[in-house]
Design a protein around this ligand. Structure first.
Ligand code: GLC
Length: 471
């Protein structure tokens, strides 16, 4: 890098750190989180809230910097917002749930936290991912501080146990995956992802791995047994039923249908004509593959969803071979998946009738915009972590190179539009905190590869699960 370029990079980083500092939310004089965006728009909607999922990138950065207090305060305060009792009233949040977001409000000179469990959210979407992110952040905190005692406090053990009970409860289906409504995760609007979306399954798997380590010394037998039973089932289910590569596509293409009983090979009765196999056969490189977006009854969503695929690599939900194949695909289809701004939230976009039916004609989710295949800079840190885990660091370096100057010049937008991410998102906020934190975190991961340990897991070893506490 030339001297001039180094000066620019230094300027970008300095600004990003300052903006992150400015995004910190204070509650009764203590830092407790970061605001979603600091855009000066007249209508902040809920972008002045601290979102649990958005805070994950900031939390990891604060932990890397040794600023443990912010993350500790965040964990303590959000835990207090978790309902501990089940009221038989449909409008009260379920026991164990963690809100999507919260905000500090003042009344009569007294500050308190106002939480949103989806009851204020646009379209009233349920935040399933928040409780999973909460455990993942807690696990990272314990790893960074080596303070296992923090998580062993009774109120934290109760909090983790309530989340596990909520997730492990038997429901109306018999599947190791988690059944959720549409818009239950980062994709916070209807986009045809109801059922068993990959993002939730990857977060669920990560939260189970994290909870397994945090609960281990507490002796909560039933839950620990439940986690140990679920982990291998979930892992096998995802590795087998979600996997798509040329070999698998050949099998799916010639699937028998309407099979009944134990000997069925096409377990979910996927009709081959529902799969865009011609497009996939040209798009998939020989050595590439990925995990599908969703698998359910007669449903195989073949869209590529980045967060779920990258998280599966980071946490060894995908096998080593599959992880390499996913990275091969990203490398081979760089233009489609990274384009000019890392990286697409999903690919390809829903268009025409599909767009209308699956989004409900949502103008924010028109093809190649926002959740419908927009480019989201926050995904840069997931890409970097996955690159590191698979030893493909140059891919991350190239992606960072693409993003940094543009993000700075464009004032840190929330997302970009267009097939290649050339346009600043039509309704994108500027000074979006997880965009800023995403770039900084990607750089910190490159600078010190050991930071990856905060958010990654080695292959699950069921045999030694009881000694898994390597915190
Ligand atoms: C959007 C995103 C959601 C994010 C929120 C705040 O609604 O879909 O994932 O948490 O903005 O940034």
């Amino acid at each position: 890098m030339s001297r001039k370029e180094l000066v620019i990079v230094d300027k970008i980083e300095k600004q990003a750190w300052q903006l992150l500092e400015d995004a910190i939310v204070y509650y009764q004089g203590r830092p407790i989180g970061t605001v979603a965006a600091k855009d000066s728009l007249e209508f902040p909607l809920n972008y002045d809230h601290c979102f649990i999922r958005d805070f994950a990138a900031s939390a990891l950065l604060f932990l890397i910097q040794g600023r443990y207090d912010i993350v500790r305060n965040f964990l303590e305060e959000t835990l207090k917002l978790q309902p501990k009792k089940q009221l038989l009233d449909a409008y009260t949040p379920t026991k164990g749930l963690i809100p999507a977001s919260f905000k500090v409000v003042s009344n009569n000179n007294k500050e308190y936290l106002e939480a949103d469990f989806g009851e204020h959210a646009i379209a009233r979407v349920t935040p399933v991912d928040s409780c999973l992110w909460w455990i993942i952040i807690l696990h990272a905190y314990v790893k960074a501080t080596k303070d296992l005692k923090f998580a062993l406090q009774p109120e934290f053990q109760e909090g983790i146990a309530l989340i596990m009970e909520l997730c492990l409860a038997t429901r109306f289906d018999m599947s190791p995956t988690l059944l959720v409504p549409d818009g239950a995760c980062m994709i916070h609007r209807r986009l045809g992802i109801y059922g068993y979306p990959l993002e939730i399954q990857a977060l669920f798997y990560t939260a189970l791995r994290a909870a397994r380590q945090l609960l281990i010394c507490a002796g909560d037998e039933d839950i620990v047994i439940g986690i140990d039973n679920r982990l291998p089932l979930l892992q096998n289910h995802i590795r087998y039923h979600y996997w798509i590569d040329i070999k698998r596509l050949n099998i799916i293409y010639r699937f028998k249908v309407e099979e009944y009983g134990q000997s069925a090979t096409n377990l979910f009765n996927i009709y081959p004509d529902s799969i865009p196999y011609a497009d996939l056969a040209t798009w998939l490189p020989k050595n590439g593959g990925y995990l599908a977006g969703n698998v359910g009854p007669s449903q195989l969503d073949t869209r590529f969803f980045s967060l779920g695929n990258l998280m599966s690599i980071m946490t060894s939900l995908a096998s080593e071979q599959q992880s390499q194949a996913i990275m091969n695909l990203i490398e081979a289809q760089w233009e489609d998946l990274i384009g000019t701004m890392p990286m697409k939230i999903c690919f390809p976009a829903l268009e025409k009738a599909e767009y209308k039916i699956f989004t409900g004609c949502d103008p924010k989710n028109i093809p190649w915009s926002y959740h419908n295949a927009g480019n989201w800079p926050v995904l840069l840190w997931f890409l970097t972590a996955a690159s590191q885990k698979t030893g493909r660091i140059n891919m991350a370096k190239n992606a960072i190179e693409l993003a940094q100057t543009r993000l700075f010049e464009d004032e840190w937008p929330e997302y970009y539009d267009g097939a290649r991410g050339m346009l600043i998102g039509r309704a994108a906020r500027r000074y979006q905190t997880w965009t800023i934190a995403g770039l900084l975190l990607a750089k910190e991961l490159i600078r010190n590869p050991s930071n990856l340990e905060l958010c990654s897991f080695a292959e699950f070893d069921g045999e030694n699960a009881s000694q898994a506490c390597d915190l």
